[in-house]
Design a protein around this ligand. Structure first.
Ligand code: URP
Ligand code: ZN
Length: 465
C-alpha cells in the first residue's frame, strides 16, 4: 500500500520546506516536491506541519515500585503516546527481586510489553546491585537484546555507590554501552526527609524542600567526574531539572568533556513548584526530581536554544489521583508515602510544539531535534526512527498549527485521571499519526490495535562512537 502526504511543511532537525512524502508499505520511499504515484492514496497536508514520529526515551510503563504500580500498562501508555504523536518509546525498567540477574527484568519487560504495546518500543536495562556476574550479563544483554543502555540510580534503596558506579562505567565504556543516571544526592535527601517527618511536615510543599536543586547539582558533578575517570565512558544524565544541575553541565561542556548526553523533561520546562502549594493538587506533581522555580525553567529553555541539553523526554509514570486505588492519596498526610511520578507521554510533543515553537522559544527544527532525532542518536535508533529520510520507518505526525489542543479530561487517552497540564490551551493540534506507514491516529481517535508495536533491538549510541 502506498500513500502520499502532499503539500505539507516538512520539518526535519535541520530544515523546514514545502513538499510531499511518499510512503511505500512501512517505509518512506521519497521526499520531494510534486511527487506523483498513480496507485497511492493522497492525503492533503496543506497548511500542516509534517514531523517525524516523536520518540520518548524515558517512560515507565507498568512500573512496579513495590507498594504501588504505575497505572499505564504498555497498552494504555502507548495509546496515550500514539495520540500525542509519539511512535517510539524506550522504557526504563523497574527493579526486580533482590539479587536477581539483569536478565530477570529483561524477560519480565518482554512479558509486559510484547503483544500489548501499540507503538514501537525498546528497553533500558537497570542495575540494582553489582555482583560478580552482573557486568557480564550487561554485555550479553547488549549483544543479544540490543539493549545498549543501562540505568544506575544514585538514590533510592537500590542505588549504587561511587565505587560500583565507577566499575559499571568502565565496563560499559569498553563495551560501547551508555550508562543513564538518575542524579540526586541520597544522603542529604534521606536526612531532610527524616527531619521533615519528625517535625510533622508531611504536606506536598515539603517534597521539593527535601530534594533541593543542589542535591541534583552535586550528583551531576560527581557523575561527570566519575565518568571521566572511567575513561570518558558514555554517560547520559536523565531528567535534568534545575539551573544548579545545568551549571554543572555547562562547566563540563566548556571543558569539552566528551560522551555526555543530557535530558530534561517537559514538566521541568513548563511547570513550577507553585503546584505544591495546594496540599491536595500538589500530590499530582510529586515526582523525583521535583518541579523547580521559574528561573530553572527559563535556564532550561535557554539551554535548549543553545544546544547544551540533548533531548526532552517525559519520565511518564502515572498513578491515580482519585480514581481506582487513588495511589497519589497515600501521600495526603506524608509526602514520602506518595508514589513518585506523573503522566506526560501524550502531552510532550504538543508542549514542545506550542510552548517551544509557537511561543518562539525554539525553532521547529529544534523541536524535531529534541523530540525525535536526538533521542534516537543517543540510543542507537537513528535514522530508522526520528528522521524523514527515504528508507526509514514511515513514522510521521501531521500538526495543524491553527487548531487548539485543550488539555482536559476528554483529552487524556491513558489510564490516568488527571494531567499536570490540565487547563492549558496549546496552539496546534495533532491531526494524523502514522506508524510504519499505517495511520494509527486521526482527529484524536486511536485507530491502531493492541500489539502493533514492535520490539526494537538498538544499535550503538553516538555517545559511544
Ligand atoms: O518520580 C519519578 N521520576 N518516578 C519514576 C521513577 C524514577 O525515579 O525515575
Ligand atoms: Zn524515570
Amino acid at each position: 500500500m502506498k500513500t502520499i502526504i502532499k503539500n505539507g511543511k516538512i520539518a526535519t532537525d535541520s530544515d523546514v520546506f514545502s513538499g510531499d512524502i511518499l510512503i511505500d508499505g512501512e517505509k518512506i520511499a521519497e521526499v520531494g516536491k510534486n511527487i506523483c504515484c498513480d496507485d497511492a492514496e493522497v492525503i492533503d497536508a496543506e497548511g500542516m506541519y509534517v514531523l517525524p514520529g516523536a520518540v520518548d526515551v524515558h517512560t515507565h510503563m507498568d512500573l512496579d515500585v513495590g507498594f504501588a504500580r504505575a497505572i499505564d500498562d504498555f497498552y494504555d501508555g502507548t495509546v496515550a503516546a500514539a495520540c500525542g504523536g509519539t511512535t517510539t518509546i524506550v522504557d526504563h525498567m523497574a527493579f526486580g527481586p533482590k539479587d536477581c540477574s539483569l536478565w530477570h527484568q529483561v524477560n519480565e519487560y518482554h512479558r509486559l510489553a510484547d503483544g500489548n504495546a501499540v507503538v514501537d518500543y525498546g528497553f533500558h536495562g537497570v542495575f540494582q546491585h553489582l555482583h560478580e556476574e552482573t557486568l557480564g550479563e550487561m554485555k550479553e544483554i547488549a549483544e543479544k537484546e540490543g539493549i545498549t543502555s543501562f540505568k544506575v540510580y544514585m538514590t533510592y534503596d537500590y542505588m549504587l555507590h561511587d565505587d560500583e558506579i565507577f566499575r559499571v562505567l568502565r565496563a560499559a565504556g569498553e563495551a560501547g554501552i551508555v550508562i543513564t543516571v538518575h542524579c540526586e544526592n541520597h544522603g542529604v535527601i534521606q536526612q531532610l526527609r527524616k527531619e521533615f517527618s519528625e517535625a510533622g511536615c508531611g504536606a506536598a510543599e515539603y517534597h521539593p524542600l527535601s530534594r533541593p536543586a543542589r542535591c541534583e547539582a552535586e550528583a551531576v558533578n560527581r557523575m561527570i567526574h566519575i565518568a571521566a575517570m572511567a575513561g570518558d565512558a558514555p554517560l547520559y544524565i536523565v531528567h535534568l531539572s534545575s539551573a544548579e544541575g545545568l551549571h554543572e553541565v555547562l562547566k563540563a561542556r566548556a571543558e569539552h568533556r566528551p560522551n555526555i548526553g543530557v535530558e530534561t523533561c517537559t514538566q521541568y520546562l513548563v511547570l513550577t513548584d507553585e503546584m505544591y502549594k495546594d496540599p491536595q493538587e500538589g500530590l499530582k506533581a510529586i515526582m523525583s526530581p521535583p518541579l523547580r522555580k521559574d528561573q530553572d525553567r527559563e535556564e532550561l529553555w535557554q539551554a535548549l536554544q543553545d544546544g547544551v541539553i540533548d533531548t526532552v523526554a517525559t519520565d511518564h509514570c502515572p498513578f491515580h489521583y482519585k480514581a481506582g486505588k487513588a495511589e497519589k492519596q497515600y501521600g495526603r498526610d506524608d509526602f514520602t508515602k506518595c508514589p513518585n511520578g506523573a503522566p506526560g507521554v501524550q502531552e510532550r510533543l504538543m508542549l514542545m510544539f506550542s510552548e517551544g515553537f509557537m511561543k518562539g522559544r525554539l525553532t521547529l527544527p529544534q523541536v524535531v531535534k529534541y523530540s525525535c532525532a536526538a533521542p534516537c542518536r543517543m540510543f542507537g535508533l537513528y535514522p530508522l526512527k526520528g528522521s524523514l529520510e527515504p528508507g526509514t520507518d514511515a513514522d510521521i505526525v501531521l500538526i495543524d498549527p491553527d487548531k487548539i489542543t485543550e488539555i482536559d479530561r476528554d483529552y487524556i487517552r491513558g489510564a490516568s485521571d488527571y494531567s499536570c497540564y490540565e487547563g492549558m490551551k496549546l496552539q496546534g493540534r495533532i491531526e494524523k499519526v502514522f506508524m510504519r506507514g499505517r495511520e494509527i491516529v486521526s482527529g484524536g481517535e486511536f485507530l491502531g490495535s493492541r500489539g502493533d508495536g514492535r520490539y526494537l533491538k538498538r544499535g550503538r549510541s553516538i555517545l559511544a562512537d
